[in-house]
Design a protein around this ligand. Structure first.
Ligand SMILES: Cc1cc2nc3c(=O)[nH]c(=O)nc-3n(C[C@H](O)[C@H](O)[C@H](O)COP(=O)(O)OP(=O)(O)OC[C@H]3O[C@@H](n4cnc5c(N)ncnc54)[C@H](O)[C@@H]3O)c2cc1C
Ligand SMILES: NC(=O)c1ccc[n+]([C@@H]2O[C@H](COP(=O)([O-])OP(=O)(O)OC[C@H]3O[C@@H](n4cnc5c(N)ncnc54)[C@H](O)[C@@H]3O)[C@@H](O)[C@H]2O)c1
Length: 472
C-alpha cells in the first residue's frame, strides 16, 4: 500500500478510558502534514471523521482540476477549426473520465488512512471529535465514545458547503462539490447556484463535456471578488457560453416526474435535470469549542493570532476553519507554520498573508495576487495601471486570442507592484513571476529589465505589461 507501513492494525483504546497524547490533530486535510519528523518520539492522535486527505484531495482542488483538464481537451477539439485544423468531438465518456480521476485519488486516500492507522507514532481515531473542556475531546467512533486529552491540540477541520434555505428545505435532491464529481451519468441540463470559484469551474467542466448549463447567482457579475475589469470581462464571456441569471436566487425547488423545477426569485421557473449548489463554504468548527475557551469570529472562523494560536492555551488552528483564505496553498503554509511553532515555543513563526495568490480554473483561466485597482486607490496609492492584451503579443497571435489580458497595478512613485490580475491561457502559471517579485520586493522595472524573457513565449505578455506601467 502506497506510503503505508505493513503490519497489523494497532489495537484502539477501549471505550471509557481517557488516553493522553502529546498532540491531537482534528482533521487530515492540511492538518495531516503537521505530523513532521519532530514528532517521531511523541504520541500523536489523528482524528478524521470522513475521507483522509480532506477536501483538496478528495472533493476539491485535485479532482476538479483533473476534470478541468478533460474539459480543456474537449474545448481544444471543438475550437480546432479556427486554426485550420478540422476536428470533431465524437463523444465524451463520462464514466471513463470519472473513474480515471477517482481511480487515482481513492488509493491515495486509502494509503493515507492506512498509514495513520498503522503509522509508527500515530493513533488514528476514525470519528467526529468534539471538545468537552480545555484540550479535552470526545471522539464519536460509530457511536462509541473515546476520550482524548493532549498537551497540544490542532484544529484543522476545514469548511463545508453553505446551502441556501429554500434549497435545503425543498426536499429535492441536490448536489454540492462533495458528490457532483461521482454522478453516474451526465445530465442533459444542469442548474448551478452561485457565481464564485466553484460555480465557474464546474460550469466550465460540465458545459465543455456537453451539458447545457444555467448559472444562477445573486450578484450582478461572476467572480465579484476579482478586479472589476476581470469580473466584468469574465461575466461577459460566461454569458456567451452559459445561460447566466444574474441578480437571482433560488426561491424553491420542486421535483417533477421528468425534471426539477427551479423557482427563481424573479418569479420565473426554469426546468433542469440536476441542481449543483456552490454558494460558498462556511468554517466547520468542532462542537464544544465554548467549553474549551476557543473564541470565534462573527463569520464563524476560529480566532487565531499570527502564530496560529487560538484563544485557548495549547490549542492551535489552521486552514479553512480559521484562515481568512479558503485556499489549499494557504492551508498548507499555515500547517507548516503551526508544525514549527508546536515544537519551537521560543522561536515562533508568523503566518505570511502578505501576497496570497489564487487561480480560478475556469475558461478562460483567471489568476490574481495583491490589490485590485480599486483597493489600491482606496489604500491611497498613486496608482498606475497597464492592461496588456495577450492578443498584442506574438504568442497571442499564434493563439488567435481576442479576450485575454494581463492587468498590473503598481505605485507610480515607488515602482512597487501592488496587484496582478490575469485572465487567459495559463494565467495560473504566468502569474508566478509576479507573485515572486511582490514577495521578494522586486520593483516592476527590475522585474521587466533585470532578466531575459524568452522570445516569443507566452510570458512576453507579462513583460509587455510591466513595460507599459508609467512611473514618476
Ligand atoms: C470544489 C473545490 C475546489 C477547490 N479548488 C481549489 C484549488 O484549485 N486551489 C486551492 O488552493 N484551493 C482549492 N479549494 C479550497 C481547498 O480545497 C481548501 O482551502 C483546503 O482543502 C482546506 O484545507 P483544510 O485542511 O483547512 O480543510 P479540509 O481539507 O477540508 O480538511 C478538514 C478535515 O477535517 C475533517 N473534520 C471536520 N470536522 C471534524 C471533526 N469534528 N472531527 C474529525 N474530523 C473532522 C474533515 O472530514 C476533513 O477531512 C477548493 C475547494 C473546493 C470545495
Ligand atoms: N481554484 C480555487 O482556488 C478554488 C476553487 C474552488 C473553491 N475554492 C475556494 O472555495 C471557496 C468556496 O467556493 P464557492 O464558489 O462556493 O464560494 P464563493 O464565495 O467563491 O462564491 C459564492 C457565490 O455564490 C453566490 N451566492 C451566495 N448565496 C447565493 C444564493 N442564495 N443564491 C445565488 N447565489 C448565491 C455569491 O454571490 C457568490 O457568487 C472559494 O471562496 C475559494 O476560496 C477555491
Amino acid at each position: 500500500m502506497k506510503g503505508g507501513r505493513r503490519g497489523p492494525v494497532r489495537r484502539r483504546p477501549y471505550a471509557g478510558r481517557v488516553t493522553h497524547y502529546d498532540l491531537a490533530i482534528i482533521g487530515t486535510g492540511s492538518g495531516n502534514s503537521v505530523v513532521t519528523p519532530d514528532f517521531d518520539d511523541k504520541r500523536v492522535a489523528v482524528i478524521e471523521r470522513a475521507l483522509f486527505g480532506g477536501t483538496c484531495l478528495n472533493v476539491g482542488c485535485i479532482p476538479t482540476k483533473m476534470f478541468v483538464y478533460a474539459a480543456e481537451v474537449a474545448t481544444t477539439v471543438r475550437d480546432a477549426a479556427r486554426y485550420g485544423v478540422d476536428a470533431h468531438l465524437d463523444g465524451v465518456r463520462w464514466p471513463n473520465i470519472r473513474d480515471r480521476v477517482f481511480g487515482r485519488i481513492d488509493p491515495i486516500e486509502a494509503g493515507g488512512r492506512y498509514y495513520r492507522v498503522n503509522g509508527p507514532n500515530t493513533t488514528a481515531y476514525l470519528g467526529t471529535a468534539r471538545f468537552t473542556g480545555p484540550r479535552a475531546l470526545v471522539v464519536d467512533v460509530d457511536g462509541r465514545e473515546e476520550e482524548v486529552t493532549a498537551d497540544q491540540v490542532v484544529i484543522a477541520t476545514g469548511s463545508t458547503p453553505v446551502v441556501p434555505e429554500p434549497i435545503a428545505a425543498s426536499g429535492v435532491r441536490f448536489h454540492t462539490n462533495e458528490d457532483i464529481m461521482r454522478i453516474d451519468e451526465l445530465p442533459a441540463r444542469m442548474a448551478i447556484v452561485g457565481g464564485g470559484y466553484i460555480a465557474s469551474e464546474f460550469a466550465h467542466v460540465f458545459s465543455s463535456l456537453g451539458v447545457q448549463v444555467t448559472v444562477i447567482t445573486r450578484g450582478d457579475a461572476l467572480l465579484r471578488g476579482q478586479d472589476a475589469e476581470i469580473s466584468r470581462g469574465f461575466s461577459d464571456l460566461a454569458a456567451q457560453r452559459w445561460d447566466v441569471r444574474f441578480g437571482r436566487t433560488v426561491a424553491g425547488l420542486a421535483q417533477q416526474p421528468d425534471h426539477i423545477a427551479v423557482e427563481l426569485s424573479d418569479g420565473l421557473t426554469l426546468e433542469t435535470d440536476l441542481v449543483l449548489v456552490a454558494t460558498g463554504r462556511r468554517p466547520l468548527v468542532p462542537e464544544g469549542v465554548d467549553l474549551a475557551g476557543i473564541e470565534l469570529h462573527d463569520d464563524g472562523r476560529v480566532v487565531v493570532d499570527e502564530f496560529g494560536r487560538t484563544t485557548a492555551d495549547g490549542v492551535w488552528s489552521l486552514g479553512d476553519v480559521s484562515s481568512p483564505y479558503q485556499l489549499k496553498h494557504v492551508a498548507n503554509h499555515e500547517a507548516r507554520v503551526v508544525a514549527h511553532n508546536l515544537v519551537h515555543p521560543d522561536d515562533l513563526q508568523e503566518f505570511d498573508h502578505r501576497f496570497v495568490p489564487a487561480a480560478v480554473f475556469t475558461h478562460p483561466q483567471i489568476a490574481s495576487v495583491g490589490l485590485t485597482e480599486q483597493q489600491a486607490i482606496d489604500a491611497g496609492h498613486h496608482v498606475t495601471v497597464k492592461v496588456q492584451k495577450y492578443g498584442d503579443t506574438a504568442y497571442g497571435w499564434a493563439m488567435e486570442d481576442t479576450d485575454s489580458i494581463v492587468k498590473l497595478v503598481a505605485d507610480r512613485r515607488t515602482g512597487d507592484l501592488l496587484g496582478a490580475h490575469l485572465m487567459g491561457p495559463d494565467a495560473s502559471s504566468l502569474i508566478q513571476v509576479l507573485i515572486q517579485a511582490m514577495s521578494f520586493g522586486q520593483s516592476a522595472k527590475t522585474l521587466a529589465r533585470g532578466q531575459y524573457w524568452i522570445h516569443p513565449a507566452m510570458a512576453e505578455v507579462v513583460e509587455n505589461a510591466l513595460l507599459g506601467l508609467e512611473f514618476d
